[in-house]
Design a protein around this ligand. Sequence first.
Ligand SMILES: Cc1cc2nc3c(=O)[nH]c(=O)nc-3n(C[C@H](O)[C@H](O)[C@H](O)COP(=O)(O)O)c2cc1C
Ligand code: SF4
Ligand code: SF4
Length: 255
Amino acid sequence: MIVFFSGTGNSHFVADRLAELLSEKCPTELRGEMLYDPMKCRLSAIGEKRIIWVFPTYSWGVPPVISRFISEVNFTGAQAVTHIMVTTCGDDIGQAASQWRKLIGRRKWISGAAYSVTMPNTYVLMSGFDVDSPELADSKLEHAPERIDEIAERIKNNIEGDLVTKGAWPRLKTSIIYPYFKKFCMSPKPFKSNGRCIGCGTCSRSCPMDNITMEEGRPKWHDRCALCLRCYHICPCDAIEYGKATKDKGQYFLK
Ligand SMILES: Cc1cc2nc3c(=O)[nH]c(=O)nc-3n(C[C@H](O)[C@H](O)[C@H](O)COP(=O)(O)O)c2cc1C
Ligand code: SF4
Ligand code: SF4
């Protein structure tokens, strides 16, 4: 069984390809109420060989919305199978795998291997961070399938051991920067639409947290944001800003 969360399509792509290679049924997307109110969500792993969690890396850790989901979801049969992590990232994941293992362990579930797949970057909300150049994005997309095929082979053959790109200073990034980021850098307050907005509602309809309503033809952001950036990247008019941080930044969305 594959359960996935994806803001801009990278993790969705990985989940679909893994499902095909491992003959798993259609992956379960975490979105809407199941994501923002996981206690109400009931999933079943009865009859499943394993549970594969696919999600993007956020600030060298597990997206807070996924940490909460793992901690609170009512998952029948989850203790009887092995859990596997596959995270997508723009560069590296720090110690996201250890963080995920702790979450799984707290539920008394069994964790197996963890994997990462480097894909085009989507984080644009700080100075110095932008989407990749088209050449770099293309190159990452060209190489990702090989990596996913390798991961599928390892899962099929029950190979132990992680295959992840931790990057430099993994402990510092996950233990120090992640909690800071979670506390101070995840507010949806700076989101707004500018004069290019045509009121099409795509941002509102696409938000996996149902966090955007249309009011008088313009989007309004509320408080339960996962900071997945789907609204920003999917806008057909490039009309969404996050304070000044997104000035002259690019967009990316994998369809
Ligand atoms: C809030 C946020 C934080 C991110 N932090 C990291 C990071 O720490 N390391 C990294 O390599 N990529 C980081 N990224 C990039 C994404 O992990 C990467 O582009 C991922 O493939 C996006 O997956 P998705 O398209 O399924 O949402 C971040 C993206 C966002 C939106
Ligand atoms: S997707 Fe863009 S153009 Fe459409 S309503 Fe949202 S901000 Fe406006
Ligand atoms: S408001 Fe935008 S960034 Fe926040 S969860 Fe919705 S789509 Fe993602």
